[in-house]
Design a protein around this ligand. Structure first.
Ligand code: AMP
Length: 406
């Protein structure tokens, strides 16, 4: 057996097989997304639990390749406790010719937000989750990364109520998004300006936070459209037809469609979010009350981005600012990100080389050796933003909260 092969072993998980470094043991599947399967594992070198995501042939088509490349480059760059940290990356193939799969090793979290939506959260936990989302988003914005596709499946939490964003959203040129996969893309959380193909600014991500907050309160998807048209209908049925000023900024064909929809007056936020849906007001924090939460929703779920609250304003809102910590809100920005990556068009073969080189570089950087000579089978752990974590947020775990307010 070659030295390289001896560092790896193969294990079957579900319909897939993982060929991974021997330091990672006891794999169990914990999730799957458009890019592939995610497993929890034990890192025997550090005696910690990690998540390992397999990207199968990430260069197989241009959509996959661009996403994998962008995500890998950004994960290496970003360092904030509310964005998932990359601990290691490797490929079991030893040459570009054989190159097939990339494995990303990340911090392991307990659940994604879809699972949290089923729980009854008190105001402390709800506002702390929202605060952390906003801190993570602000950090991305500080590097010029506007997400535009935040959704519960791409946000993960621990039982101590800490939260991390898993991905980096849509590239500036997201292409047509057409992909022949059985995986259905969730669009429920996309802002009106994304659905209607308008220009956007940083507060496009506030809309998604608003939809997620609404879902945490109502326990159902706020705007469950089956396609863009249905999505738009769901939005205006609830919030009302937007003003003329907004219409005037639409492209002519879209404007024609939007203006010819039946007019809706919309419902009041008291009707959409009645008191019975909220947990009891907090005894500890004056800002953590149903009417303050509703006020925040009414400022985030605003169709016209010019009238919607900004990320900074949301962080100062009384429902959120109870958690405000300068180091979390205004931590150092990520290193410079070359946005030209978003515009780049390559063939499958070129993507294959680019991605392979990035993984090889990563392994060189961390081991000082490169893809072949990683004898111990292990890269040095990259220190992430968690290293300076101090206990914050609500003390008990959301799972132990048994109030029933739905
Ligand atoms: P993704 O392929 O990144 O969209 O992830 C798919 C699913 O895997 C997520 O919705 C999570 O449920 C789970 N997952 C991904 N990464 C992690 C992680 N680092 N910790 C815990 N669960 C994760």
């Amino acid at each position: 057996m070659s030295r390289h092969a001896s560092q790896f072993y193969t294990v079957e998980v579900g319909d897939s097989s993982f060929t991974i470094l021997k330091r990672y043991q006891h794999l169990r599947p914990i999730g799957s997304g458009a890019q592939g399967i995610v497993c929890a594992a034990c890192d025997t070198l550090t005696n910690t639990n990690v998540a390992i995501k397999k990207l199968s042939r990430p260069f197989q088509n241009v959509t996959h390749a661009k996403r994998a490349y962008r995500e890998f480059v950004l994960m290496k760059l970003v360092n904030h406790k509310n964005i998932i940290g990359l601990l290691n990356a490797f490929t079991p193939q030893k040459s570009l010719e054989d190159f097939q799969d990339v494995y990303l090793v990340m911090e392991l979290m307990d659940a994604n937000l879809c699972q949290v939506i089923q729980m009854d959260l008190d105001h402390e936990r709800m506002s702390y989750l929202l605060y952390q989302m906003l801190c993570g988003i602000k950090h991305l914005h500080s590097a010029g990364i506007i997400h535009r596709d935040l959704k519960p499946s791409n946000i993960v939490v621990r039982s101590d109520c800490t939260l991390k964003i898993l991905d980096f959203g849509l590239a500036r040129t997201a292409g047509t998004g057409f992909m022949m996969t059985p995986y259905v893309v969730t669009r429920y959380y996309r802002a009106p300006e994304v659905i209607l193909g308008m220009g956007y600014m940083a507060n496009v991500d506030i809309w998604s936070v608003g939809c997620i907050m609404a879902e945490l309160i109502r326990a159902t998807v706020m705007f469950p459209g089956s396609d863009h048209i249905d999505q738009w209908n769901k939005i205006i049925e609830q919030l009302g037809t937007p003003c003329q000023e907004f219409m005037a900024r639409l492209q002519p064909t879209v404007r024609n469609y939007v203006e010819n929809r039946p007019k809706h007056a919309g419902h009041s936020f008291e009707k959409i979010f009645p008191d019975v849906l909220f947990p009891p007001d907090s005894a500890e924090h004056n800002g953590l009350r149903a009417n303050v939460a509703r006020d925040l929703l009414s400022k985030m779920l605003v169709i016209d981005p010019d009238r919607r609250i900004s990320v900074d304003e949301a962080l100062m809102h009384p429902y959120i600012n109870v958690w405000f910590d300068e180091r979390e809100v205004n931590g150092p920005s990520p290193g410079p990100y070359d946005h030209a990556v978003d515009e780049r068009e390559h063939t499958v073969e070129e993507w294959k080389t680019l991605i392979y080189n990035e993984v090889a570089d990563y392994q060189k950087r961390d081991t000082g050796q490169g893809i072949m000579q990683n004898e111990s089978g292990g890269a040095m752990e990259t220190v992430t933003g968690d290293s300076n974590t101090t206990a914050r947020g609500p003390s008990a775990t959301p799972a132990t909260n048994t109030q029933n307010h739905h």
